[in-house]
Structures are given as structure tokens and as C-alpha cells.
Design a protein around this ligand. Structure first.
Ligand SMILES: Nc1ncnc2c1ncn2[C@@H]1O[C@H](COP(=O)(O)OP(=O)(O)OP(=O)(O)O)[C@@H](O)[C@H]1O
Ligand SMILES: [Zn+2]
Length: 715
């Protein structure tokens, strides 16, 4: 039995006589004074008189989980070392949400006629006929006010009744609005669709430059699959909620019906509807965030992981897992086709493609007349911005010229807020978060200083908290808000906007901003990575990267890879339609290999150099890593646990453990943090090693241990 508790084992319960159970069934089981919802993982006969087992209370009326879903959560738990019951409870999330409120609709009572037939009333009855609708829909259909509908209800011509709101997911129509694919696209779509129709695990890398039509291609593959197998289910994962609206609209246009949407921004009642529809096979296409992997698909035939390289697929809080890796695992378990799509695939995925584990499909050109933008490096040593400004002469002139032509520009800076650091001119004190090792970032829109790590915020103080002098706090460095300020001063007549998670907090706001951009209502968009990936802005022809060195300074395992990906994505927004695009990267180190590779559009050379470095250190994808993070409010308990953990390391070959050491972020929300890092060759069974190790020691309640298999953050 898998029950949602932080333990590694499954629980045993006795099956009452006459209860017919099988793997995947939902049951309620007693645990102490409570009942918990469990998933049956195994049913077996015991012999002999073992200890007395408690009995299952009842079999739930909720639908069972499909076997593939149970296999998947168990596999995911073993791989990530998360408790299986907690993984399983992920798969029940939508079911725990409340049902939507019943819908109130109106319908006619027999053939009763109104006493006085006005034009408005006749229009209502004509619009309604013998159907039922909500009063609001009916009024809209008849173009009258809802008062007219209400009048007819009061008179007894119409009646109000309640129906359970069932989400109807219309079947996608594969022949609704097919795209005409170019030869590369068509060959790729055919390969993916063919594999999905045949069935069996088939992983693909869909490797196409930005704007080459990867989305177009996998949607055609999905269409071909659904034409051959109308009951098949397709899951499309996106790294950011901000990208979902555009894709949903595209799918709706392509298939004549909207897909289901699944992410944290979807209301709980809606999530319940989606869960039930997916389980019942009433829904064929799901667009979602990584958590959509846990839905109970009975017939999953294709999983697309769009922008597969994106670090947002890694869930860092709570249950730590990598959505892309779990997508591949789910595909293997379901015997499905998995499509990893990207213009800048991760080194892990490229490695798998090179090894022949993934079939490698390539789209080499942009669709139609569009071409990749020309990328130029702006050497800030030759061409420095004026003091307290951030745009070089070159970039200013380019933006001005673009504006004069009536074309759109995007300025990319991956930093939210106004200024990343606030310091005191009098004593040099830098303002930090009170309980966390991080600088406070100034936000002018909200007038607050914000810790980006924990969300802590406070008003900007008048006096320095260290020396008490007034009016000495200065903002150092730029964030997007500050670049926007500069743009407004330089080009007061331009329509300027900021796109970051502060100005675009949810899917609705993203849709509004993307529409404004697509319709040409914005001239200059200053954006963080929230706008730099995946979007399709047809009128955008100039991209300026304000600080191309930013991501290279961190120096963790993937700093170069991530910077390459992010800047290739950002510059790839330019020139996607008929007009050619240009991109300018401002840098103090134009000789950096990452920037040289970007400017020369030489991804292969960059990848080869980066792979060679990883191979030297036996680092991913040539080796495997796992991080162990210990944290506690109690410094002594933390020290002691770290020492015990270090003393309990099992012997193992081709595997090393580094640490414990203070984490770079040594204090978060008042908790001290220590890290250990395990590196192993690829053929070492990392999970078995970790289980043996962690089985040797007991972690006290005051210390939290997080196991991060394949870490992306090293803080
Ligand atoms: N075969 C086609 N017919 C018509 N339009 C196409 C075709 N292929 C691509 N396009 C258009 O080209 C543009 C880019 O395509 P798409 O968004 O699918 O590219 P992508 O490779 O997914 O992009 P990115 O990696 O940058 O997110 C879109 O406007 C799309 O409609
Ligand atoms: Zn001071």
C-alpha cells in the first residue's frame, strides 16, 4: 500500500473478506486515529501468523490508477529517493480538489409562451430553442440584457435548473487545419508519428534551430497519431506557464478544439475536471507543466518535452525531480514516443543522441524566408556606456534606427527588479536579507527591497541599517526596471514595457503582454528570461543583450551551457517572419569561447569543447552527480549529522564523495546549510549506494536532508 507519508517502505494491510482489490485501486486505510487514502501496490497471500495487520477500511469509489501510472510513481520514487507514497499522492492531486459548483442553466417549460411577445423575448426563445444554457450565455446569444431572460423566468416561461459542470473536451480533429510541412519537417513528423502509431518506447531528439517549426512539426505528428488512433493521449510539457496560452491557442487553431491545461495556475475545480477526463480517456491532448506527468493516462502514446534543455524542468522544492528525465522514464514505462524538442539541447540529451539512444531529427532552416539573426558582439571595453547607464552607443543607435523603421526591439537582461544591490555610501554596508545569505534587490515598481530567494521584502529604509545615516543608500547595477528607465529617457516617444515575473505574474498577464507584442503595440520590450524563450513575436527584428557575461560569472557545472542556451534562445526571437533579424551582445569579454561560438553560430564547436571538458572531469553526461543538502536551525545538530553522514560512507569504487562543506548559500530562512556531493561513473548504481548509505544513519528530527539526484543548482 502506498500511503502519503515520508517513509521509503510500502505499508501492509489485511484485505477484508469479499473485498476484491488489485494494483492501482484506491482505498482508505486506518493510520492511528485517522484514515489515509492509499494506492494498492501489491496484493499477496501471506502464510503463517505474522503480526496482526490492520484491515483496509473501504475501497474508495474513486477510479483506480492505471497500472502505468503506478509503475511510474514507483520508478520515480526509486530514482529520486523520494518516498513512494508521496510520489503516488502527486498522482492524486487533481482528485483531491473540490468539484466545480453545479452550473445554473435555463430551459423552456413545455411550449409555454410569454404573455407579451416583445422582439427581445422572441429573440431569446429563438436563441434557446429546446436547449439549455446559462442565463448569461443565452442573453449574449440573443443580444439582449440578462433582465429579459430573468423576466421570462419570473413569468414561468423558462425555468432554472442545476447541472453538474462536466468539462467536455471535444475530440481534436486531425484534419481540421493541417499545416503544409517543408521536407525536413515532414520527414521528422512522419518518423515520430510512425513510432507512436506502432507503439513501444521510442525517444527522439527534435533538434531544430529557433523558429524552424519544431512546434509545427510535433503537432503534425500528434495529428497523424490521433488520426490513426483516436483514443491515444498526447502530453505536451512546457517549462513555463507563460508559454502555455500561446500553445493552447495554436493547438485550438490546428485541431478545432482546445486541449486540457494543467499547471499550478489552473483552478482546483478545473484540475479535478481535467484529472477525471484524463483518467476516463475523455481528453486526448494535455498541455502542462512538469506536474502533468503524474496524471493518470490510460493510453499515453506521445510525450513532448518542449524546450527540453530548460532548467525549469527541475523541481527544486519539496519532491526534487527532473521533469525531462521523468518524462523519458514515463515514456519507457508506457511504451510511448518521447519527443525532446530544442534549438539548444542539453548536453545530456545530445550525448544520448550521439550514442544512438535517441533518434536524432534535425530541422536546419527557418521556415519560409526567415533566417537566423546576425549576431554581433559589442566590446564594452571599446564602447563603454556612460556612467550610471547600461546601453552602449552602438546599441542605442541600433534601437533608434529600428524604432525609426517602425520595427520592434527586445532588450534582454536576466535580472528582475531595479537594482541587484543596495549599499550605503557612508559605510559601505550592503543590504541583505535578515535570515538568508542573499542581497536584497531593489524593486521600484513596488517600492520594496526583495529577497529573490525567499520572497522576503521590506520598504526601502530612509536610514542605513548599519550606520544610521540618512539618505545614503544607493542602487548599484541594473535590473530590467532600470534599463526600462534608461530606454524611456533615450526614447520618450517609444512604447516601452517590461516583461518579467513581476510585471507578468500569471498566465492571463502573459497572454495580454504577448498579444500586445504580437500586435505591434509595444516598440521596445525589456525582458528577463520569462520572455526570452519560446515566444513567437513576428515583428521583432532586433535583440540586444544588455549583459552577456552575467551567466558566465557563476561558474557552476552548467554555467557555460546555460549561458549559451539562454542567449541563443533570446537572440533567436529576432527575425522569425519575413524581415531579417539582428542581435547585439554587450560584453566585457568578447574573447570568451561561449560568446565567440554564439556570434559565429557554431553550436557544434561549442558542444564539442564543453563535452571534452566534462569528459575530463567525468562529469555529466560522462558521470553522474547527486547532492545531499543538510539544513537545520540548530547549528550543533547540523554539524553532528554532517559528521555522522561523512563517517558512514560505504566503500564504493569509481565513486567519490566531496564534503560536507558549508553550502554557498549557508543560511536560508534561518536554517544553516551544508552540502555533500557524490560523483560516480555512469555504470555505478548511484541509487543503491545512496540507499545503503542513508540506511546506516538516523537523521534527527531537527535536521532536514534533501537528496538531489542530478543537481542543477549548486547553491
Ligand atoms: N510548415 C510551416 N508552415 C507554415 N508556417 C510555419 C511552418 N513551420 C513553421 N512555421 C511558422 O514559423 C514560425 C516558427 O515556428 P515554430 O514556433 O513552430 O518554431 P520552433 O522551432 O518551435 O521555435 P522556437 O524553438 O524558437 O520556439 C511560426 O510562426 C510558425 O507558424
Ligand atoms: Zn551605512
Amino acid at each position: 500500500m502506498l500511503v502519503p507519508l515520508p517513509v521509503q517502505e510500502a505499508f501492509d494491510y489485511a484485505v477484508p473478506d469479499g473485498m476484491d482489490l488489485s494494483r492501482g485501486d484506491q482505498v482508505d486505510v486506518p493510520l492511528g486515529p485517522r484514515f489515509l487514502r492509499g494506492i494498492v501496490s501489491d496484493v499477496f497471500e501471506t502464510t503463517g501468523s505474522n503480526r496482526k495487520l490492520k484491515s483496509i477500511e473501504r475501497k474508495a469509489s474513486d477510479p483506480s490508477l492505471p497500472l502505468g501510472t503506478v509503475d511510474f510513481v514507483e520508478w520515480a520514487a526509486r530514482w529520486t529517493l523520494n518516498p513512494p507514497g508521496e510520489m503516488a499522492s502527486r498522482a492524486l492531486r487533481g482528485l483531491r480538489a473540490p468539484r466545480p459548483k453545479p452550473e445554473r442553466r435555463v430551459r423552456r417549460i413545455g411550449m409555454r409562451q410569454p404573455q407579451r411577445a416583445t422582439t427581445a423575448r422572441t429573440a431569446v426563445l429563438e436563441a434557446l430553442q429546446d436547449r439549455s444554457m446559462t442565463a448569461a450565455d443565452l442573453a449574449r446569444a440573443a443580444t439582449v440584457s440578462t433582465g429579459v431572460v430573468k423576466g421570462l423566468v419570473d413569468e414561468g416561461v423558462l425555468e432554472v435548473f442545476e447541472v453538474e459542470a462536466v468539462a467536455a473536451f471535444d475530440r481534436p480533429r486531425p484534419d481540421h487545419a493541417p499545416a503544409v510541412l517543408n521536407p525536413d519537417q515532414a520527414a521528422s513528423a512522419k518518423a515520430m508519428a510512425g513510432a507512436a502509431i506502432t507503439g513501444g518506447f521510442a525517444p527522439f531528439l527534435l533538434d531544430g534551430i529557433t523558429g524552424s517549426g519544431k512546434t509545427e512539426t510535433y503537432l503534425e505528428a500528434a495529428a497523424e497519431l490521433l488520426a490513426a488512433k483516436p483514443d491515444a493521449q498526447v502530453l505536451i510539457l512546457l517549462p513555463e506557464i507563460a508559454l502555455t496560452q500561446a500553445l493552447i491557442e495554436r493547438i485550438t487553431r490546428r485541431f478545432g478544439s482546445a486541449p486540457a491545461e494543467w499547471h499550478s495556475g489552473v483552478t482546483p475545480p478545473r484540475r479535478r475536471q481535467v484529472w477525471e477526463a484524463v483518467r476516463a480517456g475523455r481528453c486526448n491532448i494535455v498541455v502542462g507543466a512538469r506536474s502533468a506527468l503524474f496524471l493518470p493516462y490510460p493510453d499515453l502514446a506521445m510525450i513532448v518535452v518542449d524546450e527540453e534543455h530548460d532548467g525549469s524542468y527541475k523541481q527544486e522544492e519539496g519532491l526534487v525531480y527532473h521533469g525531462r528525465d521523468l518524462a523519458v522514464a514515463r515514456g519507457r514505462i508506457e511504451g510511448a514516443t518521447v519527443v525532446l524538442a530544442s534549438a539548444t539541447p542539453s548536453l545530456e540529451t545530445l550525448w544520448n543522441a550521439q550514442q544512438g539512444r535517441y533518434r536524432w531529427l534535425k530541422l536546419r532552416t527557418r521556415h519560409g524566408v526567415a533566417v537566423l539573426p546576425d549576431i554581433a558582439l559589442v566590446d564594452l571595453r571599446q564602447n563603454p556606456p556612460d556612467p550610471q547607464t547600461w546601453l552602449s552607443q552602438t546599441l542605442r543607435e541600433e534601437i533608434g534606427a529600428n524604432l525609426a523603421k517602425g520595427e520592434q526591439s527586445l532588450l534582454f537582461l536576466n535580472r528582475r527588479g531595479y537594482a541587484p544591490v543596495v549599499l550605503c555610501r557612508a559605510c559601505g554596508h550592503r543590504l541583505t536579507s535578515p535570515d538568508t545569505d542573499s542581497w536584497l534587490v531593489e524593486h521600484r515598481y513596488s517600492g520594496r527591497l526583495v529577497c529573490h530567494l525567499t520572497g522576503f521584502s521590506m520598504p526601502k529604509p530612509k536610514a542605513c541599517p548599519a550606520c544610521g545615516t540618512e539618505d545614503t543608500l544607493v542602487s548599484v547595477g541594473p535590473g530590467v526596471e532600470r534599463v526600462e528607465e534608461e530606454v524611456r529617457q533615450l526614447f520618450p516617444e517609444a512604447r516601452t514595457a517590461v516583461f518579467s515575473s513581476d510585471t507578468v505574474p500569471d498566465a492571463e498577464a502573459a497572454r495580454a503582454m504577448i498579444t500586445a507584442m504580437a500586435e505591434g503595440e509595444i516598440d521596445i520590450l525589456v525582458a528577463t528570461q520569462a520572455a526570452a524563450k519560446g515566444h513567437n513575436f513576428p515583428r521583432l527584428t532586433l535583440v540586444g543583450v544588455v549583459d552577456a557575461d552575467l551567466g558566465l560569472r557563476g561558474g557552476d557545472l552548467r554555467a557555460a551551457e546555460r549561458t549559451y542556451q539562454l542567449l541563443a534562445q533570446a537572440t533567436g526571437r529576432a527575425g522569425r517572419a519575413d524581415k531579417p533579424g539582428r542581435a547585439f551582445l554587450q560584453t566585457w569579454t568578447p574573447e570568451h569561447p561561449v560568446l565567440e561560438a554564439l556570434a559565429a553560430n557554431e553550436r557544434e564547436a561549442f558542444v564539442a569543447a564543453e563535452m571534452a571538458e566534462r569528459e575530463l572531469g567525468s562529469l555529466p553526461p560522462y558521470g553522474r552527480l547527486t547532492a545531499l543538502i543538510l539544513s537545520s536551525e540548530n547549528a550543533q545538530a547540523l554539524e553532528k549529522t554532517a559528521r555522522e553522514l561523512a563517517a558512514a560512507i560505504p566503500n564504493a569504487e569509481r565513486l567519490e564523495v566531496y564534503g560536507p562543506a558549508d553550502a554557498p548559500l549557508a543560511l536560508v530562512r534561518g536554517r544553516r546549510r551544508k552540502r555533500l556531493l557524490v560523483r560516480a561513473d555512469r555504470d555505478v548504481n548511484m541509487q543503491a549506494f545512496l540507499r545503503a548509505w542513508l540506511g546506516r544513519i538516523k537523521i534527527p528530527a531537527s535536521v532536514r536532508l534533501t537528496v538531489d539526484v542530478d543537481p542543477y543548482s549548486f547553491l
